[in-house]
Design a protein around this ligand. Structure first.
Ligand SMILES: Nc1ncnc2c1ncn2[C@@H]1O[C@H](COP(=O)(O)OP(=O)(O)OP(=O)(O)O)[C@@H](O)[C@H]1O
Length: 424
């Protein structure tokens, strides 16, 4: 079986104003034919990223011939080819967001039976009114699959309207739309964006969800509003995300794997409490542990290397991405930093190496001051991140365990911080 990688460029997003570090979302498919796509030129960034990616995260034994894939047919090689060719594009944002296999294969349904129980169907005039006819002034985000607008419904409720890209050539976009709706209508948790409804009409595909007013985590780590995200808030955000994913993995009707945990999908309330968004890639957890996915999906830099190698999806793939997010919270850096020196380019590798050598604190976001309480918390956060980033899923903790460890890190942090501030 051969592997193929598909990808398209995406516009710069609000979370990446300069278009300098947004990571590609991609899917790697098992198909019979497309692996022999010729490799385009070796765009420097694509090659260096993948070399680093492979050497960090794909253990040597996984790249050995007994894995029955030649280096050329290895998914990461294919990914390398794709990224290399896209790396030559003038825009530095590259990537795709495609969904091929939906959770419930909604594409197989006729348009008549597309009523989703428990969800509201909005009318186009309602949404046009709410968004002032999709006014550019109401645009709050741009992702690979569409544009997000702020809107106000007739009853005053503020909503976010995700308007899918109109791409008649990309049948996968439609599946991602239905996938997101069908996931959203199953779930309800304080730390997940709340679903209001949807609309499919006259070429428009809209998802209407709760408006989360304070931007996304990546924007806060980039200090785009001029304010530094305090360490204690970073801890709270990690806990909120851990709660949300624990809910998805264990408490919803049927475990759901998010598959795209990343800082731009973590939205913040005004008090900086977090809500996880974007369920376009979410998937019901396979009931059979030997299940092989036909699609590997996620965002480069956050993607579980074992899933990429074996095509076996598991809740622990979200745990891996969560480990990347923990490192991002501590360092403030993006998972891939193409402009840094080669040894610092893959943030998790750089941070974990420093941690193992006893230099964790050197990787702390330079915007934060290294107090005793932060020093200790960083050590513990990295201990947890190292477990989450284990190359194989069996060595990663469950998401519930991550949440428990984070509670204890927060407790210790508070105990150290409170006496100091009381003295001050
Ligand atoms: N409910 C919401 N409330 C406020 N802002 C939102 C909301 N949903 C999305 N956004 C903003 O829009 C941005 C892009 O949204 P979203 O992640 O849904 O698009 P996407 O196509 O899935 O993106 P990508 O493909 O890059 O992951 C988010 O990073 C966020 O800044």
């Amino acid at each position: 079986m051969m592997k193929s990688v598909s990808g398209t460029g995406s516009a710069g997003s609000r979370s990446d104003p300069g278009g300098s570090g947004e990571l590609s979302r991609f899917s790697v498919a098992t198909t019979a034919s497309s692996a022999s796509q010729p490799s385009a030129n070796g765009g420097a960034r694509g090659i260096s990223f993948l070399d680093a990616f492979r050497s960090c995260f794909v253990p040597p034994e996984a790249r050995s011939p007994e894995n029955s894939m030649s280096d050329e047919s290895h998914p990461s090689h294919q990914l390398s080819q794709s990224l290399s060719s896209q790396g030559s594009n003038s825009g530095s944002v590259f990537g795709s967001k495609r969904s091929i296999k939906g959770m419930y294969s909604p594409m197989h349904r006729s348009s008549l039976d597309r009523e989703i129980p428990g969800s509201t169907k909005f009318s186009l005039p309602q949404i046009q009114k709410a968004t002032k006819n999709f006014s550019p002034n109401f645009k709050i985000g741009q992702g690979g699959s569409g544009t997000v607008y702020k809107g106000q419904l007739a009853d005053g409720t503020l909503v976010a309207v995700k308007r899918a890209k109109k791409n008649v050539y990309d049948k996968y976009m439609g599946r991602e739309f239905w996938n997101e709706i069908e996931t959203l209508q199953r779930i309800e948790h304080l730390n997940l964006v709340r679903f209001h409804g949807y609309l499919e009409f006259g070429g428009e595909q809209l998802i209407i969800v709760e408006y989360v007013p304070n931007g996304n985590l990546r924007e806060h780590l980039d200090c785009i509003n001029g304010k530094i995200l305090e360490f204690s808030l970073r801890l709270e955000i990690a806990i909120d995300v851990a709660h949300a994913i624990t809910y998805l993995h264990t408490y919803s009707d049927h475990p759901v794997i998010h598959r795209d945990i990343k800082s731009s999908n973590i939205l913040l309330m005004n008090n900086c409490r977090a809500k996880v968004a974007d369920f376009g890639f979410a998937k019901l957890a396979p009931t059979d542990s030997s299940h092989i996915s036909t699609q590997v999906k996620g965002t480069a830099g956050y993607l579980d290397p074992e899933y990429l190698r074996t095509y076996q999806l598991n809740e622990k793939s979200d745990v891996y991405s969560f480990g990347v997010l923990l490192v991002e919270l501590v360092t403030g850096r993006r998972p891939i930093e193409p402009k840094k020196a080669i040894i610092e380019r893959v943030t998790t590798k750089w941070a974990m190496e420093n941690f193992v050598e006893g230099n964790a604190i050197q990787t702390l976001d330079p915007n934060l001051e290294a107090t005793d309480a932060i020093n200790l918390a960083v050590e513990k956060l990295y201990e947890l991140a190292l477990q989450c980033l284990a190359p194989t899923k069996r060595n990663r903790p469950s998401m519930k365990r991550c949440a428990e460890i984070l509670w204890s890190i927060r407790k210790d942090y508070r105990e150290l911080v409170v006496p100091t501030s009381a003295m001050n």
